[in-house]
Design a protein around this ligand. Structure first.
Ligand code: G3I
Ligand code: 9MR
Length: 569
């Protein structure tokens, strides 16, 4: 009952923070001038949509409505209108004289604030440090989790008094755990964004404590997590899987969570994800910190060697611990071996890594923390990385198979969105963001604008072009999440959640619907795109996570730079 009352209060309060919807599904932050612009509206007896310039009130474009079509993921009948012809300005859409849309913004800087905010969010996730008002504004907070005395779980498995120092790093999500596997794909994605838009990102300032250094702020922020990751490697090269308390703490601020913290078993996926990002980091940081670059590469090779000697050690949750696992059903480690070997080959050109690459097949499956093989496909498909022509061609073909499937959905599905049925899982928004990144990589390879249009539609979905007509990013949009499952946002006494966070998004899993947790069944069977609740009880649909924000940073940032004339990578 208590939860229900909270829910009603939050929903009412939340509405106080949002502007009323007019019904048309659009990107609530707007569009670049050259972007594909699609409006989706419920099935209605009309021929066209009229777009009016808001300043003059004059009609400037009439766009025909498509035939009604059913969108299987929400059970809606909808129609689309293409208003790509609109150039810089502020507009609204009308049907039969009635307004149907929020303000429509067309300007090339539409996503600048968003991508910077999504990237700055990683600073807000820092463990082991206070966030001062100078850098964190009203979300400043005391330091939590020094992590200078971290034990082994279970302690009985180690000699009396065994402990390590493992400070810094990013909190994984709405909890205060630090997880190597999830750090892997998250760090890769942000560093790849840097690799692809290095010129544009050199000068980007995030207003973080390191902003005055000679190293670009984006690299300084990632370094906070890389430094922690290095402390998770044991002397034999193995890497501990995670660092957490034994059980998830309550919804409290970091400095209030003073329970003992532990590392747990070394695993093969942890060693390989660690090896991959350390090899990648050794190349990127070399011009800024040669010593760190050498240390990272040595650590990467040592971790790969440990994994080669321990090729199938999987995470097993110890008795009495309930924190996250990052251990997918039916786990294989071939994807991690492929990715780590690919990054290590690029950094060292050693034959041993090529032998591993040649032994592992890859397929057209977008990347997620449980299958990182497509991160290797991105590398193998890039002819600048010097792999043999046949392998590069095979990777390019694989990339285009997946991108073409996504492009077909963009063109022909009722909502015009690059979304597969299998994307409706815990973290569905990150699956859709990663689909956008697949399409961007295909655009870089072919310069075919259809792929760029698909990436645009992936971002449109996250920012409002969805059946719930909300932007899934805190603080960015007309209707946004106000009560995410994010301990600092819940416990800080500040009404607005920390900004720039992409919530997990809708799906039918409903793993959080149980007595004493989410007591409202928000799942609509057969309608995954509607199965979401903006309440902190819902860690399955409304949490935030570093591997969800990272592809948002890349997608919004890449479109921003491309909208403003950046060369494709
Ligand atoms: O891969 C299968 C897919 O084949 C199947 O069709 C689908 C539907 O059943 O399930 C898919 O597996 C899901 C997996 O996520 C991949 O999407 C599992 O059901 C689902 O339980 C799993 O959820 C993970 C969740 O932890 C619970 O383990 C999320 O991916 C993962 O992001 C989340 O991570 C947590 C950390 O453990 C702790 N910190 C917060 C973080 C975010 O919630
Ligand atoms: O806060 C935890 C979140 O980060 C995890 O994704 C989720 C699933 O593992 O668990 C959350 O913690 C809850 C725990 O699982 C059950 N008791 C309530 C905890 C806070 O919601």
């Amino acid at each position: 009952m208590r939860h229900l009352i909270t829910l009603i209060i939050m929903a009412t309060l939340a509405n106080a923070q949002t502007t009323k919807s007019f019904g048309a599904k659009i990107n609530q932050l707007g569009y670049g001038e050259q972007a594909k612009k699609i409006l989706v509206y419920r099935d209605i007896d009309a021929q066209a949509v009229e777009f009016r310039d808001l300043a003059s009130g004059k009609a400037v474009l009439t766009a025909p409505l498509s035939a009604p079509a059913a969108w299987e993921h929400s059970g809606e009948m909808v129609r689309k209108a293409d208003f790509s012809a609109l150039k810089k300005g502020l507009y609204a859409a009308y049907i039969n004289g009635a307004r149907i849309s929020d303000n429509i913004v067309v300007q090339n800087n539409a996503y600048e604030g968003l991508f910077k905010s999504a990237l700055k969010w990683f600073y807000y996730q820092r463990a082991s440090t206070a966030l001062s008002p100078e850098f964190a504004g009203k979300w400043a907070r005391a330091a939590g989790h020094p992590d200078t005395s971290v034990y082994y779980y279970p302690e009985s498995d180690m000699p009396e008094g065994w402990k390590i120092s493992s400070p810094k790093g990013w909190y994984d999500a709405g909890d205060y755990g630090k997880y190597i596997v999830n750090s892997g794909i998250s760090v890769f994605t942000i560093l790849e964004f840097y690799e692809h838009f290095e010129k544009e990102l050199q000068k980007l300032t995030l207003n973080i404590p390191e902003s005055k250094s000679k190293t670009p702020d984006i690299l300084e922020e990632v370094r906070w997590n890389l430094d922690w990751m290095l402390t998770m490697q044991d002397s034999d090269g193995g890497v501990y899987h995670k660092l957490t308390t034994a059980r998830f703490c309550g919804h409290i601020m970091p400095d209030m969570d003073t329970a003992k913290r532990y590392v747990v078993m070394k695993t093969t996926p942890a060693a390989l994800d660690f090896a991959a990002v350390m090899a990648q980091a050794s190349r990127i940081y070399k011009p800024f910190d040669a010593k760190f670059s050498q240390r990272a590469l040595a650590a990467a090779e040592k971790a790969f060697e440990w994994a080669s000697k321990n090729p199938f050690v999987l995470f097993k949750q110890p008795e009495g611990m309930n924190t996250g696992g990052y251990h997918p059903n039916g786990e294989t480690v071939k994807d991690e071996f492929l990715w780590a070997a690919t990054e290590l080959y690029i950094s060292t050109k050693k034959k041993v890594y090529m032998q591993t690459i040649d032994s592992i097949p890859f397929g057209p499956h977008a990347p997620w923390w449980g299958d990182v093989s497509f991160l290797a496909v991105y590398r193998l498909a890039d002819s600048k990385n010097g792999f043999n022509k046949n392998l590069t061609k095979a990777a390019q073909d694989t990339l285009l198979v997946l991108a073409n499937n996504l492009s077909e959905l963009t063109k022909n599905s009722a909502y015009g969105l690059p979304i597969f049925k299998e994307n409706w899982v815990w973290g569905s928004n990150s699956a859709i963001a990663n689909n956008g990144l697949v399409l961007l990589h295909a655009y870089y390879l072919t310069k075919d604008k259809n792929y760029l249009d698909g990436a645009q539609r992936a971002l449109d979905y996250l920012l409002g072009a969805n059946p719930l007509d909300i932007s899934y990013v805190t603080g960015h949009g007309n209707r946004v999440p106000m009560d995410p499952h994010h301990r600092p946002s819940e416990a800080d006494g500040i009404f607005e959640p920390v900004p720039g966070m992409l919530v997990g998004g809708p799906h039918e899993g409903g793993q959080d619907i149980k007595p004493g947790n989410c007591e409202v069944n928000y799942v609509q069977k057969g309608k995954p795109a509607l199965s979401y609740i903006d309440h902190n009880c819902s860690y399955a649909s409304n949490e935030v996570a570093i591997n969800w924000n990272a592809p948002l940073v890349y997608l919004a940032g890449a479109l921003h730079f491309l909208n403003n004339g950046a060369k494709t990578p």
